[in-house]
Design a protein around this ligand. Structure first.
Ligand code: ADP
Ligand code: MG
Length: 322
């Protein structure tokens, strides 16, 4: 590796994030050496953000940095894992301080909020692309899986759905106006708040969990398929923010709330006897969760409108790359 490249790594990445005692060797060797606590399992996930695919080309570098860490933290949340370490593979057209400084500040802000240490990575020249690998731990056997939902379980979602997708429509000029709450939608798109603490509270209680990155229609479908069950969802219980609730066109509302991506909320199932206790523990931690339906035998999702009649969303699904 040329000396100037390592100078860049030292300058921007070496002391960017939390120092943790479980990092035996971090940035600067051929690989990181990390201490997994006895009796725990390693939980690993990676997500790539590509310019103009995962964020509009005009997105601020600080937001790109923040989001690249936040979406990976969301995968830890969905597993009930405690995030600890991350690596960063960064491809850039040029090593511009005007990009790298704010990018690193945003990345560090999200990482520090969850005490994650950056322990290694890679730096290459090419079209802008950011790949983060995140590593966390769970006590052995306690990871939240997609496959544990059982008929009779309740289905819950945290926060609100569809706001980030509405924020993207604002940025792309598909939705105009200055209704209250639209700025907050754009902020949710650029600065997602991963539900890491919620994931820890779900551990040992929820029967299945997933983070909603591609829209509830798609992501609840993943849980049901993995669990071999169906669901009945009450549309009137789907939580939406003020800007989305105010949209007059119901079909557009559902498209954002159920088909839009980038929510990074959690959808979980829980035995009905455990649901109320869990909801009050979540509330005490500052998280509002909504009971939206129940798990059924079979393999279909019935979306029930306010009039009690099933609504057919046809083949509309979340974002798919291929
Ligand atoms: P090599 O090519 O020998 O694998 P690298 O040049 O890729 O080494 O990296 C040297 C050190 O810097 C390694 O510890 C690596 O993990 C770290 N590193 C490289 N790029 C980054 C980055 N973007 N963020 C954090 N650490 C990095
Ligand atoms: Mg390398």
């Amino acid at each position: 590796m040329p000396g100037d490249e390592y100078a860049l790594i030292r300058r921007y990445f070496q002391n960017l994030t939390a120092t943790r005692a479980d990092v035996r060797r971090g940035i600067g060797d051929d690989a990181a050496v990390l201490a997994v606590p006895a009796g725990h399992e390693l939980v690993v996930s990676t997500d790539t953000l590509i310019n103009d695919v995962h964020f509009p080309a005009a997105t601020l570098p600080a937001d790109i940095g923040f989001k690249s860490m936040a979406v990976n933290l969301s995968d830890m949340a969905a597993m009930g894992a405690e995030p600890r370490w991350a690596t960063l593979a960064l491809t850039l057209p040029a090593a511009e301080p005007g990009f790298l400084e704010p990018f690193c500040a945003g990345f560090a802000e999200s990482a520090q909020a969850h005490n994650v240490a950056l322990v290694g990575g890679d730096l290459t020249r090419g079209p802008l692309s950011v790949t983060v690998q995140i590593m966390g731990t769970v006590p052995a056997g306690s990871a939240l899986l997609r496959s544990g939902a059982r008929p009779g379980d309740q289905i819950w979602v945290t926060g609100e759905l569809g706001s980030a997708a509405l924020g993207l429509a604002v940025l792309q000029g598909r939705h105009a106006g200055n209704a209250p709450g639209l700025d907050a939608c754009v902020r949710r798109l650029n600065r997602p708040a991963p539900c890491v603490q919620v994931g820890l509270l779900l551990r040992g209680v929820a029967t299945a969990a997933i983070d909603i990155s591609d829209g509830l229609l798609t992501d609840l479908g993943h849980v049901l398929r993995a669990s071999g069950v169906g669901a009945r969802v009450e549309l009137s219980s789907i939580p939406m923010g003020v800007a989305l609730s105010a949209l007059p066109d119901a079909s557009a509302r559902w498209q954002y709330a159920l088909g839009g991506g980038d929510d990074y909320e959690l959808c979980y199932t829980v035995a009905s006897g455990e649901a109320a206790g869990l909801a009050s523990r979540l509330k005490a931690s500052g998280c509002h969760a909504s009971h939206i339906g129940s798990v059924t035998a079979g393999d279909a999702i019935a979306w029930i409108g306010a009039d009690g009649v099933a609504v057919d969303f046809g083949a509309r699904t979340g974002y798919q790359h291929f």
